[in-house]
Design a protein around this ligand. Sequence first.
Ligand SMILES: [Zn+2]
Length: 173
Amino acid sequence: MDVTKEESGDHATQGSRIGIGHDTHRLAPGGPLRLGGTDIPFHLHAVGHSDADVLLHAVTDALLGAAALGDIGELFPDSDERNRGRDSGEMLQAAWQKIAAADFRIVNIDCIVFAQQPKLSPYKQTIRQRIAALLGVPADCVGLKAKTGESVGPVGREEAIMAECVALLEKVV
Ligand SMILES: [Zn+2]
C-alpha cells in the first residue's frame, strides 16, 4: 500500500530517534545470574569486567545509540579499574542522565534476552519494573521477551547469554 507523506505521520514523529543495542557475555559455573538489575537463582553466571548484566548493557547501548552519544564501552571503559564489578544499573542511570540532559525522553524500549536457561517468565515483571525504575518511566514503556537458543550455537549450549534492545526517544521541545 502506498503511504503518503501525510499518512506516514511525518509531523507526529518529528524529533523521534531510534537506537539499537546488542550484547553478549560468556557464562561460567556458579550463580546467581544478574539480568536486568535482578539476581536470578541459576547455576551459571555471566562473566564480565562489570557485573556483566547483558540486558542492562544492551539497554544502555540502545539509549546511547538513539541519542548518538557513543556507547557503553566509551563511557565506561573496561580498562578503568573503577568499572570493575560495577553495578550496571548505576552505569545505565549515568548514561541516561547524559541523554536526558540532551533533552530526550523515552517513548519505549523493547528487549529480547537469548538464553537457553533459566526460564525467564517468573522474573519478567520484576525485571521490567526494575529497568523502568532505573529510567524513571512506567513499566509499560519496557517490553521484554525471552528466546532460547533451540539447543544449538553458543546460547543453546549455555556457553553464552545475549540480549538485544531497541529504544525510541523523543526530543523534548
Ligand atoms: Zn556487556
